[in-house]
Design a protein around this ligand. Structure first.
Ligand code: FES
Length: 120
């Protein structure tokens, strides 16, 4: 990850299952903690308005394509998210081909958003 502003994690999300953390942490909090434990910088944000598709994260960059990703389980989909972050980081224009994305990412991409900056 280039820096913490490139990944936004919703900390209030709930994933669609009945497992809960012993300390009562939300699934989004668990996902954020798991990313921190792996040394992946990110910005924490309460609610990204895609609550029915939790857990939700955003990969964003003004100069490259951004992605809104949902449906992430904080433990089961952690490796898929980390792989996607790596693929996105390496893509010069931010576009990660659908076939290259991990299965959990393919199934649950909510949106891709074009860069706000124009190429020089
Ligand atoms: S609670 Fe995560 S998007 Fe609303």
């Amino acid at each position: 990850m280039r820096d913490a502003t490139g990944l936004v994690v919703c900390t209030t999300c709930r994933h669609d299952d009945d497992r809960s953390a012993p300390d009562g942490a939300s699934d989004g909090e668990r996902l954020s903690a798991a990313l921190s434990a792996r040394g992946i910088p990110h910005q924490r944000q309460r609610c990204l308005a895609a609550c029915k598709s939790g857990c939700v994260v955003v990969l964003r960059d003004d100069a490259r394509w951004s992605f809104v990703q949902g449906g992430l389980h904080p433990e089961d989909d952690l490796e898929a998210l980390i792989e996607m972050i790596g693929l996105w980081d390496q893509a010069p224009d931010g576009l990660v081909p659908w076939r290259s994305r991990p299965e959990a990412i393919r199934r649950n991409t909510i949106a891709r958003i074009p860069p706000t900056e124009t190429a020089p």
